[in-house]
Write a protein of this length. Structure first.
Length: 104
């Protein structure tokens, strides 16, 4: 039940960040626009095989060794990249608002 809510949340984040000009002009907004793409990729990659398994009774993880390996790789890459984007946005905002002129 929470998967569609999270998926729509990611899509709405993209719409907000792409449509508002004030958010696009912020220096850390690039990272915050990239992050929902990886969150959506993580949700779709992680839950696609479960949806196919429950809905159509086809288990891709048992039928394809390649899919089993690429699934875990994609989930890890999407998760880590999403966290990295959040960390980079935080660091960028800190440096942009720092009172020290050398850090700006």
């Amino acid at each position: 039940m929470s998967i569609p809510i999270l998926l729509f949340g990611g899509i709405f984040n993209l719409i907000v960040f792409l449509s508002l000009k004030t958010l696009r002009e912020n220096s850390c907004s690039l990272y915050l626009m990239i992050m929902p793409w990886f969150n959506i990729g993580q949700l779709l990659t992680g839950n696609l095989s479960r949806i196919i398994n429950v809905g159509y009774n086809i288990d891709w993880t048992h039928n394809s060794l390649f899919y089993c390996k690429i699934k875990s790789y994609c989930i890890q890459v999407c998760t880590l990249t999403s966290y990295e984007c959040l960390c980079f946005a935080t660091i960028d905002q800190y440096l942009a608002t720092s009172s020290r002129y050398q850090l700006q």
